[in-house]
Each structure stands twice: as C-alpha cells, then as structure tokens.
Design a protein around this ligand. Sequence first.
Ligand SMILES: Cc1ncc(C[n+]2csc(CCOP(=O)(O)OP(=O)(O)O)c2C)c(N)n1
Length: 348
Amino acid sequence: MHRLIAERGLDSTGFSEEDARAALRDMIRARRFDERALALQRRGWMSGYPPFHGQEASQIGAAHAMREDDVLLPTYRSNALQIARGVPPSDIFLFRRGYAEYHSDHDVPVFPQAVPIASQIPHAAGVGMAANYRDDDYAALVCFGDGATSEGDFHEGLNFAGVFDAPVVFFCENNGYAISLPRERQTASESIAGKAEAYGIDGMQVDGNDPLAVREAVEEGLEKARNGEPVLIEALTYRQGPHTTADDPSRYRDDDPDLPEWRIRDPLERFEEYCREQGVVDDDLVESMYEDADDELREAVETAEAVPEPGPEELFDYVYDDLPPELAREREEHMAFVEEHGPFELDR
Ligand SMILES: Cc1ncc(C[n+]2csc(CCOP(=O)(O)OP(=O)(O)O)c2C)c(N)n1
C-alpha cells in the first residue's frame, strides 16, 4: 500500500516542496468549490449536487499524476479532479444548472461525467485501445466508486483492457459507500484492488486521503499503463458528506464509523498539518490560498450567471449530431407545444 504522510517526511520522497504546495492549493480550491456548490444548491441556484467532501486528496493526487494529454473519464463525483485538470469551475456549475457539458472552450481531454454507474469503464478501455491503434502515447484514467465494481461494465472494461494491453488506469475511489450500501455488502472480495488478478492486471491500494501517496501510486500506474499494462488502483478514502443533496446519511450510518483514523480524518486538515510540519507553508501562504480560491469561485459564479437560460429546443441538441427521424418529429411537436403554451419555466 502506498502511504506517505504516516510514514515519510517529504525529503525522503521524490516530491518537491512545490509539489506539496501545489497539492494543498488544489485541495483548497476543491474544498471551497464543494462548499460553495452545496450552498448554491441549497439556495435553489442549481439542481441536486453530489459533494466530494473527504475525497479531495484522492482526486487531486490523481490529477497531479496525469500528463496534459492523458484522457480523464470522470463521474458525477470527480469534480475536484476536473477542476485540478483545468476544467473551469463555471462549466461544472453550468452543468448542474441544466446546460450542456463544457460550456467554455477549454482544451482539457475529458469525457462528459458519467452518471449511469460504470458506463465510463468500457469507454476508457476503448480510449486506451484507440491510443494503441493510433500509436499515440497518451493514457486514460477512469474514475468510479466501489459500487461500480458490481456492474457488468466494470468486468467488461477491465477484461478488454487486460486482453488488449490498453493504457488505462482504473481509479476506484473506495469511499466506503454506494449511496447507503456499505462496502462490506458490496462485494465479498477482500479488497477492490484484488479484483485485478482476475483480469491479469496489477492492482494496488493507496491511502486515498494522502494526495502525494495517491500521486505516487497513479504515476506508477500510468507509467505501467503506457507500457501496455493496465492497472487497477483502489484509493481508500471516505465520503464525509451525503451521497447527494437528496440524501440523509444519518439514516444508514453512524457518526463514528468503524474505520481507521487515517481513513476518516479530514484529508485537507491532515495534509495542511503535514505541510506545516514539513515547513513548506506558513499561515500567510495558506490564507492566500483560501483567498485565491474564493476569488476564483466568485468569478465562476458570475460567469455562470451571465450565461442566458438554455432555450427549450436545446433539449434535443447534445446526443445526436443528426437527429434520428422519430426524435426530429418529437422536437417539432415539442416546439409547437412551446409556441402554443410558452416555454417551460425552471423553478429556481
Ligand atoms: C446503472 C445505474 N444504476 C443505478 C444508478 C443509481 N445510483 C446512482 S449513484 C449510485 C451508487 C454508486 O456508488 P459508487 O459507485 O460507490 O460511487 P459513489 O457514489 O460512492 O461515488 C447508484 C446505485 C445509476 N446512476 N446508474
């Protein structure tokens, strides 16, 4: 298992002080984003939201391990990873306000966030196989939770990647729960990482609450993947908040879970403490990181608010390039209805 904070000082690792500061900076950006998103959702500014509170370290560590041309396949919970890769936070807000994905013209190689569980896993195998066919050197990193490993798509994706030597890192954030279902009820396997063996690939576990340990593990995984050996990484972390804003976790779990302290402790507090101990940040620097994150978010909210409401015709715009005939007919009927009765008003 890759671990860093618990066992090593920074100077006994391959990471620099700037690497540690960059990780802390992005964890703070992520935390502030998540807090703001929750507050905005509660105000009715956007629809439901799946917080990633507690998973900042695993996502920032993975983002910092990726090369610029590596392809990310996120889920609805991988917003910290997307932000750290360069997706503008305003795009993620806009998605949650009902707009098509990636409103800005950013050039981050990223797929739309997957909501149907595990559907992105075979896609990732395909992205990796495409890199091989085209003789390109990028790899894919696909995110999913412990619950996704019970889907057939998980099996198919890992199986294809193993057989075709696809350059893919399968990045499972084991946050302890799939909605209300605890990890022990999800699978009888001893670990998620251990499932790799069935596909002839390597599996590893990492302390998912330590951004540098995750970065180390994912860098190793990406290197192997580029050499034709896909890897399954299980980042052990904990979902501190609800599954989504529609969920009440007090109905199915204790405040005091039966997990080790490193697993449930707030990863941002823990890493900030580590950075101070290692002498790579001081109060002023940390404060300025929070201020910068808040400025960025203020701008992101303004950018999102300046975008006009989507028109009713956009409902049909983003799945097909050329609408199949039956959808073209539905679109006509829909627009005729809107003309007669007025547009559907969003209740914000
Ligand atoms: C194919 C499919 N089945 C069911 C759902 C409903 N659903 C939404 S999230 C979720 C749990 C996913 O848990 P996990 O994979 O552990 O990811 P996490 O939400 O913890 O990040 C389920 C069952 C869905 N979105 N897609």
